[in-house]
Structures are given as C-alpha cells and as structure tokens.
Design a binder for this molecule. Structure first.
Ligand SMILES: [Zn+2]
Length: 468
C-alpha cells in the first residue's frame, strides 16, 4: 500500500517536470516552416538575358515578417558548369527582390549543389570564389531587407538569369524557410525617427556627413587577368576586378532624383530615347542628413546624374561618373598617380547605389589608412537603408557596402595586346569628379600593386599588395 502511494508521487513529479520541459521547449524552440518551389531548365542567354522564374507558394504564415519571425534562409540545388554566368535573385509576393548570388565562380563546375543562403552564413560569403558552393553562405545581397513588415503569404519567385551564352543548366529544387530566427535588420539607436540618439548625441544642431572609401580587400582579392591567349575568348586582354565602396561617415550617402530628365540641354520624358540613341539623364540631389531643432533635416547638394542602364545583368538605374579604374605605370618623378603613365583604362563606369554588403569586424572589408571600420567603431552604424536601384532614391547606409563583382558587365580594365612584364598599379577612384560632399575627400582612391611576369611561357599577373 505504502509502496503504491510512493509510486504515484514519483509519477506526479515526473509529470510536472515533463510539463515544464514541454513548456520551456515551446518557448525557446526554433519554429520554422519550409516551402518548396518549382524546378526546370534555366533559359540560356541568346542575344539578351532572359529571367527564368520558379515559383513557391507560401501560406498560413503570420501576416507580417520582421526581426521576430521572418525569412531565414533559401536553399538551392542546381546544375550549371559555369556558375559565373548566373545571377540568382529572390522575389517576394509584393515584388521586392534580393540578390542571392551574382556571377560568382566555383572551380569544381558542378553548379550550386546544396547551397543555402542565410544572414551570417556559416561557410562565409558567397562572393569569395570557392571550389564548390556546398554549404551555408551569406548571400550577395541583404536578406534582412525582406523582413520589413511585408505579408509573406503569396507567391515567391526565384529568378535565375543566365548572362553568358553556350553553357546551359537546370534548377533541380529549391526551398524557402521562415522561422523565429530570421535575417535581422540592424536596429541602431540612431535612425530617421530618432536623431536625438545619433552621435554626437544631444540637442545641438549637427550634420551627419557620409564618407566614401574603396574597400581595398574586396578588390585585391577579386582580380583576374585574362591574357591575349586566353581560351575563354570573351575576356581577352582584360583585368576583371570587383570594386566596392563603403560609407564610413556619420550619416547616410543618399541621392534623390530631381524629376527632371534631359537629353543634352533639352528636357524630355523619363522613358524617351535621346536622338543619339542614349537614355535621358536625370539630375540627382545629394541629401545630407542633419539634426536641426531636434528633428531630422536634409540639406540639398545638387550633384551628378542618373540614367537607365540596359546592359545585361543591370537593367536598372545607375549613377553616372561614379568610379574609375585604370592600370598605371609609376613614374619616378611623381608620387601623384594622376601624373603616372596610363597603360589601360575602364569604360565609363556607373553604379546603382545600394547596400548589398556590410562592414563588419568579421569580414574586415572596410579599411582605410590602416583602420578597420565595422559595427564596433562606426558612429551611427546602420543609419539609412537602401535596397533598390530605382530612379527616385538610392544610397549607401553608414557601414553599408555597394559591391560590384568582377564578372559584372563593365568591371574590367582594357589592356594592350602587347603587355610587357613589370610592376604596375591598379588605381580605383570613387566620385572622380568630386560631385558629392563627404566628410573626408582625401580617402576616395586605392592603389593595388601588381606584377606581370612570364611563367611557363605565359604572361601572368600577381597581386603584390595594396600600397604604393
Ligand atoms: Zn548595375
């Protein structure tokens, strides 16, 4: 009798423990939902790029996605023997897109086999060329921007664009995961709606001026020389290079369209074509953020121009005269690169200004004058948010990076066919015409030292360092 009672007691205690365990598990467990999408062949590039769309129906989720519950990751499995051809984007039901990968290269030539894209991916950045893309990578764009309060229920699309002809592939499967561990938007103290907490903190009037730098490592680690004997044929006599600019200032780099479109001096409609076949240009106004009487003010600085760029892989609005890159031979009589001999130049380079990467202490992408900039030392880190290439508003947030990869259209320096061995410098300069206002106008360029030498009867290029 006594024994039986004891048994019942133990059973009761175990039951309570089980109840607590279940309750605790429910409160802390990752609650995730996975949706799979359609598959099929990827349409190859023929004369112009084609966006192949694959759909996934998402339903029965909360009506708003944000930092508490939202998009966590996208996994793809596709075969393609030349991944540098592919631009892959995700589109939400309301039409917002985020870049997952754009013209990145794997050397094993399988494609994207079991590749997942997640904020702070365990296997690093997808932009770092890797043997295979198997694993979990940080995407080329910023997933968190999708978790902006929009309704996730509806049709999502994976957009795959093949930007080079001849090599074909196919999407085998893909999935999209929503959970209570989503890609999170940076919530700094300082924002458009809370300028009191922007540094310098307080009630004094102050302007938060941006400061652009060129990320030295993003270029130095993503340079490739294609000689005149190159078998790919399409990149002969070119240095292909990635270029990224970061904003290390105290306020966002922002531009707004003036709404006035011009062909030369003549005012025209936005979507017209100029007589010479070019696209009309819109003057842009740089908006410098300031705190005036405890509220946010934006000071106008009429600056450069913006136009619709129809090159494959772009097809969006670009800010003109944005960056230049060239190959120089140093002259012994001058320390100023503008006096050095020009060996090769880029075509005219324009960019869409948007945040697709971020300066962190983990990636060390943002360095200037020996200092690494990140969330740890950037005043007002995360101030501003720019994720579109439209004509009305573009920009780079504080700590944001605008990255253009080496296989994007236009990312190259033309070289003479008779390149000689020797030491040269790649010179990259953002805002070369000095049209935009910054807190420091003297840190807009970098020099990367390279050496051309003959190895196995072929001319090779070796990157030495980033200092002159
Ligand atoms: Zn572009």
């Amino acid at each position: 009798m006594y024994k039986e009672i004891k048994h019942i007691k133990i059973y009761k205690v175990k039951g309570i423990l089980l109840l607590f365990t279940l309750l605790f598990y429910n409160l802390t467990a990752i609650n995730s939902q996975v949706f799979t999408g359609s598959n099929g062949p990827i349409v190859d590039f023929v004369d112009e790029p084609y966006h192949t769309l694959y759909s996934a129906t998402v339903k029965d989720l909360p009506i708003s996605i944000d930092n508490n519950f939202g998009l966590e990751k996208i996994c793809i499995h596709l075969r393609h023997k030349r991944t540098r051809d592919l631009k892959i984007e995700l589109m939400s039901p309301n039409g917002e897109t985020v870049w997952l990968t754009n013209r990145n290269k794997s050397t094993l030539h399988y494609g994207y086999f079991d590749t997942c894209f997640k904020q702070n991916g365990f296997n690093g950045e997808i932009i770092e060329d890797s043997p295979s893309f198997k694993g979990e990578f940080s995407p080329e764009g910023r997933l968190e921007f999708i978790n902006n309060g929009q309704n996730p229920n509806g049709t999502w699309y994976l957009l795959i664009t093949d930007l080079e002809e001849k090599v074909v592939g196919s999407l085998i499967d893909w999935s999209i995961t929503f959970s209570n561990n989503p890609a999170k938007i940076i919530e700094g103290n300082c924002s458009e709606t809370n300028v009191i907490d922007c540094l310098p903190k307080g009630h004094q009037d102050v302007s938060f001026t941006p400061d652009l730098i060129i990320s030295p490592s993003l270029s130095r680690d993503h340079i490739e020389y294609f000689g005149s004997d190159d078998t790919t044929n399409i990149y002969n006599n070119q240095i292909r290079l990635a270029v990224a600019m970061a904003n290390i200032g105290s306020g966002p780099f922002e531009i707004e369209g003036s709404g006035i479109w011009e062909c030369g001096e003549e005012e025209v409609e936005q979507h017209s074509v100029c007589n010479d076949g070019s696209a009309p240009r819109q003057q842009v106004i740089q908006k410098i953020y300031a705190r005036q009487n405890d509220t946010l003010a934006k000071i106008d600085n009429p600056a450069g121009y913006l136009y619709f760029d129809n090159k494959p892989g772009h097809n969006h609005y670009h800010v003109d005269d944005w960056v230049t890159f060239s190959l120089l031979k140093k002259c012994w009589w001058s320390r100023n690169p503008s006096k050095w001999k020009v060996i090769g130049t880029s075509n005219k380079i324009s960019y869409c200004l948007f945040d697709n990467k971020i300066c962190t202490s983990a990636n060390e992408y943002c360095q200037s004058d020996g200092v690494t900039y990140s969330e740890e030392n950037l005043t007002n880190f995360g101030f501003g948010k720019y994720n579109s290439c439209n004509s009305a508003l573009q920009g780079i947030s504080v700590g944001g990076i605008d990255y253009y990869g080496k296989f994007y259209e236009g990312q190259f320096i033309n070289l003479p066919a008779d390149m000689k061995p020797g030491t040269y410098y790649i010179h990259i300069n953002v805002d070369p015409l000095n049209l935009y206002r910054e807190s420091n106008e003297n840190n807009n360029s970098v020099l990367i030292k390279v050496k051309f030498e003959i190895q196995d009867n072929r001319l090779k290029m070796i990157v030495i360092d980033d200092k002159a």
